[in-house]
Design a protein around this ligand. Sequence first.
Ligand code: MN
Length: 488
Amino acid sequence: MSELEKNFKNLTKTIREYQPKADLELVELAFEFAREAHAGQKRMTGEDYIFHPLATAQILANMKLNIPIIIAGLLHDVPEDTKVSLTEIEKNFGADVANMVEGITKLGTIKYRGIERYIENLRKMFLAIAKDLRVILIKFADRLHNLKTLYALPRNKQIRIASEVMEIYAPIANRLGMYEMKGKLEEEAFKYLYPKEYNWLKKLIEEQTKVKEKYLNKIILFVNQELKDEGIDVIEVKGRVKQLYSLYQKLLKHNKDINRVYDFVAIRIIVEDMPTCYAALGIIHKKMKPLKGRIKDYIAQPKPNGYSSLHTTVFTLDGEIIEIQIRTKEMDENAEFGIAAHWHYDEKGSLKPNKLTRWIEELTKWQKELIANEKFLENLKIDVFHDRIFVFTPKGDVIDLPAAATPVDFAYYVHTDIGNQCAGALINNHIASLDTPLKSGDVIEILTDKNRKYPNADWIKSVKTSLARSKIKSILAKRTLIDRFLNK
Ligand code: MN
């Protein structure tokens, strides 16, 4: 069986698991339709293009979404990249699927650069959400797979796509309660924005998981037994490792000391209903002493995105500290899939419509805040950018510089000659002095003077990159030599 066939088999197998009566013939038709439309096209990875929409559909199936969404996932790049039109999609798969595909196509083209690009991007995302939330689910899946094949793209594109995910996609996933998706998007984007930190953390997690595994299994057994002894019906007790990027943010607050992150691993207890959650909490506290100030009741007071659960941190009998989360199955599914749970095939009616309304209200509120607040850009920026900035060339290429870098740093980054001949700078189309500290999102244009041969010695004082500093020094040293020679 070919790789492609294997992947398609896998998709149908996943779908069958959560919706045994699904119309798989229609899914196969959509797959063949997309395969034909994309025939001959390749991805940057060298693979046939069809692997991408298929992977997108697989991500949607992993989220247990219904058939029309999966079909739209398979067809999502057809109108943009091939000769096959939206009308043909509508003829074959109906207006509902065609409308979703159209929504994704509209999200695809963003013509602006720099800050304008960012605002345009956000605006389009909100428009799509307002029209049909399912479009965003497909867009998330599409972006997640693009991140997984990002290695095949040039560095500047990697940074642009990864920053878009950190600044726009992940915060929206979070607002929609889609923790699972948010965590995956952030992990992949983090890998490209901070490769060194990412690899360090990956290793640390591996080591720590080994260390904690035995002890975690022991607590799971203990908790299971104690709850059963007290007559609690436990559906499941499991261990979970904190999502990679949120762990990183927490580590930054604690001097990168993993022993101070109490929820690096946590125990999750799933029970039948809400009263049982509280009963279980009582029993846990009777057996293991809770840490002061660490009991959180997100059932009585859910997070704005709807997250509900009980959290407590306790001392185990061995004196270790561990976080315990208690919730019902429904709360658990909602925490994982958030708003996407609304389109679960097998969950008809289990998600109350008022929940959907609440999410949309929350999102609308957020959107209004962003637009009303002039500093919304900074608000959305995550502190991953605290010591690094991303600025743009007039053509829209992203350049990664240390915080407070100047136009001179930028000029030398682009080309040594541009650095040496640098005479002035436009920041976001305004004249600025050459020692102005740059901010993320700035669009920089360097004005050069072709007659100029040497950099200004004063620049050394304000530049932040070692590249600019060493270039300036070496050129000035050469000049001194030449001057001496000419004067004698
Ligand atoms: Mn795509």
